[in-house]
Ligand binder design. Structure first.
Ligand SMILES: Nc1ncnc2c1ncn2[C@@H]1O[C@H](COP(=O)(O)OP(=O)(O)OP(=O)(O)O)[C@@H](O)[C@H]1O
Ligand SMILES: [Mg+2]
Length: 369
């Protein structure tokens, strides 16, 4: 097909292409009842004028944390006017003023003017309103680690959780959402003892859960019979291996786009294969961009070394090249493995350090490194 045909082609495989968008909220939201019940338990006291409790919500990327909190907040607001729920995306709002502007917006319907209004006035206005109306305030800080970078977490948490000292009767609590165990330690260091949370964890989805979720998405997004069970299984396997449900959802869309560009009425094996190739290269180039100089230097060395080189031998070469310690080299190697750019495999033979092989996980020809 020519470019114009692609653009103007009006037969689509997609029943609802938005079903694959990152902000699509699936009507069927399964496998997270335990976690959502725990959230509800934390909030419940506030429904009858009591003190809601604080929570840390912890889980790997794409395990459903953001979706779950949004669903729970929606339910709370549907059922009571006693509780104000504010969702803060900490990638977007990191300052005290920025966060309280969002709270202001939720309560009064608009943000305060950006200039000329001191923080204290906005803060007081919010807390007095809560006091007068007898409402509780629950704030979800999503991706809360971004607050640590701006070093605002401690102050903000204090502003919110100690509000009752200045405004008696005001009840507040915080849900802090984190996607990495590493951040949990940073969190404990960054936020003082005003915040004593219960922990709610979101485990990785199992293979069957992934298959089920993707199948629901296929039904919502594609017309019937566009995607066969066989290809769905392959996508589910790929998603499970990648450990990231988002990969699977994006993948469904790519397969659809590729099949559509091919004027096909269904997604065939060749479309799946093509989608895999393009996905891998997009993911890898994103990862490559995130590496620092030393990490990139080691990766280049691996690309240019013999296949499956022994870790010890690679280490010697890297030490010569960059003049760093063996321990430092090992940390960089671990990071590359963590990013799934390489695998290391124990062979069970050879001297210490040489018993591990380093295996490249992507095809270096495609990349200009
Ligand atoms: N149980 C589920 N059912 C259907 N879709 C789900 C489910 N869990 C997650 N998803 C989908 O997976 C994607 C990621 O979910 P979400 O954004 O809630 O994850 P997250 O844990 O907040 O991830 P991150 O840590 O990266 O912010 C979304 O598209 C969401 O719709
Ligand atoms: Mg999230």
């Amino acid at each position: 097909m020519g470019i114009e045909d692609i653009l103007m082609h009006d037969e689509s495989l997609f029943q609802n292409i938005n079903a694959f968008d990152p902000d699509y909220v699936p009507p069927n939201y399964n496998f997270r009842d335990t976690q959502m019940e725990a959230m509800a338990m934390s909030i419940r006291p506030a429904m009858s004028g009591g003190q809601p409790s604080n929570a840390v919500i912890l889980g790997s990327p794409a395990t459903g944390k953001t979706t779950a909190i949004k669903k729970v907040f929606e339910l709370v607001e549907k059922n009571t006017e006693k509780v104000i729920c504010v969702y803060i995306n900490c990638q977007l709002h990191t300052t005290r003023f920025g966060v309280f502007s969002q709270i202001h917006k939720k309560i009064f319907g608009h943000t305060p003017p950006e200039t000329g209004v001191p923080f204290a006035r906005v803060y007081t206005k919010i807390m007095q309103e809560l006091q007068n109306k007898g409402q509780s305030l629950i704030i979800a800080f999503d991706d809360v680690n971004y607050l640590f970078q701006s070093k605002n977490a401690n102050k903000l948490f204090y502003d919110i959780l100690r509000a009752y000292e200045e405004f008696p009767g005001v009840r507040t609590s915080i849900f802090a959402i984190l996607s990495d165990l590493e951040f949990k330690y940073a969190f404990d260091k960054n936020v003082n003892t005003v915040f004593i949370p219960q922990e709610i964890s979101f485990p990785l989805y199992s293979y069957t859960e992934i298959e089920d979720i993707l199948n629901d998405r296929v039904k919502a997004g594609f017309f019937p019979n566009v995607l066969s069970d066989d290809i769905l299984e392959q996508i589910a396997t790929y998603t499970y291996d990648s450990g990231d449900l988002r990969t699977g959802i994006n993948f469904l869309r790519s397969c659809g786009n590729i099949a559509e560009a091919d004027a096909s009425r269904e997604i065939k094996q060749e479309h799946f294969d093509k989608a895999i190739d393009s996905l891998v290269s997009v993911n890898v180039s994103e990862l490559l961009n995130s590496l620092d100089d030393l990490e990139m230097s080691l990766l280049k060395l691996i690309v240019n070394s013999e296949k499956n080189i022994a870790a010890g031998k690679l280490g010697e070469a890297f030490k010569d090249k960059e003049n760093i310690s063996y321990a430092h080299y090992n940390r960089i190697l671990d990071k590359l493995e963590f990013l799934r750019l390489i695998d290391t495999k124990y062979t069970g033979s050879g001297s210490v350090g040489n018993s591990r092989q380093v295996i490249l996980r992507f095809n270096p020809d495609v990349f200009d490194i």
